[in-house]
Design a protein around this ligand. Structure first.
Ligand code: SF4
Length: 64
């Protein structure tokens, strides 16, 4: 699974980094993804981050 942050939507609230720092990091005013693939052990917190994002800026996709 890979995570993508839509930089057009992200408002840099920091929620995703707080919930799942293994995958998300705030860089300036936006979050970005710091892993190629979401680590297995971070999947639950990553889903939480997706659900908690106030602007639905996080997308999860199956990697191929
Ligand atoms: S939770 Fe959403 S809006 Fe907040 S920093 Fe993360 S991606 Fe951006």
């Amino acid at each position: 699974m890979i995570a993508i942050v839509d930089g057009e939507l992200c408002i840099g609230c920091g929620q995703c980094e707080e919930l799942c720092p293994e995958v998300f990091e705030i860089d300036g005013e936006r979050a970005h993804v710091i892993t190629d693939e979401v680590p297995e052990e971070a999947m639950d917190s990553c889903y939480e981050a997706v659900e908690s994002c106030p602007v639905d800026a996080i997308i999860l996709e199956e990697d191929e």
